[in-house]
Design a protein around this ligand. Structure first.
Ligand SMILES: [Fe+2]
Length: 260
């Protein structure tokens, strides 16, 4: 059985399309964050509903479904603040409900592998950032019985062998942050895990953002983030667009208010 493992798609349809055009698979698992940051979530959600067998809810899925805006403009939140209202508009009621009803964890059996899925960590299922730290993951996974844990959230791919369990983060489909701009995913076949990358037309992703009315400064941030594989510091983020929420609400956000 060939298992496709995805995470952090973030509404980047050209990136997801490049993966699914390249890979055949029997089962697809998704570790959350289907939406936000990029602005074409509808085809991603349609493909997700038709092809993904098991998934968990990411912090961005939760925030979009609950219509919550970021509380500040620090770092990547600045981008989410401007793209989230577009995601609200692009998704229908059923798709928003699907996002909001995704479980925060899943314990499944797939191809003989006892598998645990969570977007971030078992300690904080949607928000804790944890890289390939064996000691920390061993602590987090105490009391969880599984051969394999599939996680996302950090947008950094890794495979970590804890001895009794393997932690797999396939990296981010739609917004990689490990210095490699190519869409990231993993394939599991006959128990063997492989991390993969595929290039995709970043210009198409940026043009779609222009087409839906995203302001130039947010497209400039996105272009830099996507082309550098996420190598943008919080200080560099300050150079783009407004740094005060009230400025966004009065000049940019107001026309994008979602319909109720
Ligand atoms: Fe994410």
């Amino acid at each position: 059985m060939r298992i496709l493992v995805l995470a952090d798609i973030h509404g980047n349809w050209p990136a997801l399309r490049a993966i699914v055009e390249r890979e055949r698979f029997d089962v697809c698992l998704c570790a959350g964050d289907l939406v936000d940051y990029l602005t074409d979530p509808a085809p991603c959600m349609k493909w997700f509903a038709e092809n993904v067998q098991y998934a968990v809810r990411g912090n961005h899925d939760h925030a979009v479904a609950q219509r919550i805006l970021p509380s500040s403009l620090h770092g990547f939140r600045k981008l989410a603040y401007i793209t989230r209202p577009i995601n609200w508009k692009a998704l229908n009621t059923l798709q928003l409900k699907l996002l909001g009803r995704l479980p925060t964890t899943q314990q499944i059996n797939v191809d003989g592998l006892s598998t645990y899925m969570v977007h971030a960590t078992p300690k904080d299922s949607m928000d804790e950032y944890l890289g390939p730290d064996a000691e920390a993951w061993t602590k987090r996974m105490e009391g969880i019985s599984a051969n394999l844990a599939i996680v996302g959230h950090t947008h950094m791919p890794f495979v970590l062998d804890l001895g009794h369990m393997t932690i797999l983060n396939p990296g981010s489909v739609g917004q990689p942050r490990d210095g490699n701009p190519d869409a990231a995913y993993a394939i599991i076949e006959d128990g063997k895990i492989e991390l993969h990358r595929v290039s995709y037309p970043i210009d198409e992703t940026l043009q779609q953002m222009r087409d839906v009315g995203i302001p130039a400064w947010a497209i400039d941030i996105t272009a830099t983030v996507l082309r550098t594989g996420g190598q943008v510091t919080k200080d560099e983020m300050l150079k783009y667009g407004p740094n005060d929420i009230s400025e966004i609400e009065t000049t940019i956000f107001a026309p994008l208010e979602p319909e109720t």
